[in-house]
Design a protein around this ligand. Sequence first.
Ligand SMILES: *Cc1c(COP(=O)(O)O)cnc(C)c1O
Length: 355
Amino acid sequence: MSYQINIEKAKNPKPKPDPKNLGFGKYFTDHMFIMDYTEGKGWHDPRIVPYGPLSLDPSTMVLHYGQAIFEGLKAYRTQDGRVLLFRPSKNMERMNSSNERMCIPPIDEKFAVEAVKTLVNLDKDWIPEGEGTSLYIRPFIFACDPFLGVHPSNTYKFIIILSPSGPYYPGGINPVKIYVESKYVRAVRGGTGFAKTLGNYAASLKAQAEAEKKGYIQVLWLDGVERKYIEEVGAMNVFFKINGEVITPSLEGSILPGITRDSVIELLKSWGMKVTERRLSIQELYDAHARGTFEEAFGTGTAAVISPIGELNWEGKKILINDEKIGETSMKLYNTLTGIQNGRIEDKFGWTVEV
Ligand SMILES: *Cc1c(COP(=O)(O)O)cnc(C)c1O
């Protein structure tokens, strides 16, 4: 399939935000990409237009039943002025896997990467320059029929917006405290945990809010059936280093298949380290801690890249990891991944794509 992207440039470009105060997801660039889907016609009319509000009928399906999916990736500015994306085709592949689960028609993955490149190129002046900064890219698709029946929509919009973002760790990378969640669950097998779909995030807010009240930054999710096996940490995948071996929960339908997770596994293997994907219980972690073999824990995701964990609170029992200091493997992974992403380290894997 070949599409032509129609470009309508913003007549009044906005002033750029203060690069020292970007935060995350607060500012948006001058343009956005939009494409429509109509049953019988397929995806059509790809265009880039000035960033601005959408007009939606109050009965628009997504507002009622949440038939929608999203993605998240970043563009990085290198020291020599190039712009790099990190494994963007993986995001588009995952977008289609989320689409499939939510009865949303598939997109053309190659074209979606081209759409990202075209939009980022047009708004490249918005890509911040400082250490740890990036242009966050948010593609999303939602159901558009003005209709209240519970049924897959016949019309959709695929939109891409861009948000210049500050460093995830303004004060330097530091381990966080995590509450092991035994009451609420994020997903179950057969459900939608593997898809980046809206309801998963709405359903996770309550547990996070309660954990924050107790002084924890995020929750560690356990499986929805037995509340025994570890799944994810907040909206990140999770890894543990026990006795020299790195272990991460296997993907069995309730866990989001992270691109950072996949990259971490490949990197560790390339360093000759032992990496295992399997079920891992919270009791096993507790026992490893008691034996003194629990060495490191960290979350992985596009936003933080690597987020080291310093404490797990499991029903009042506190598990302190590596004296609440960042571990050697976590640090090396963070430096290597961010180095590849911003072009400081040679990309032997072919992960980066120049815009
Ligand atoms: C997006 C996401 C991740 C991380 O995926 P990346 O591709 O590494 O950014 C992990 N868990 C959940 C629930 C997510 O939504």
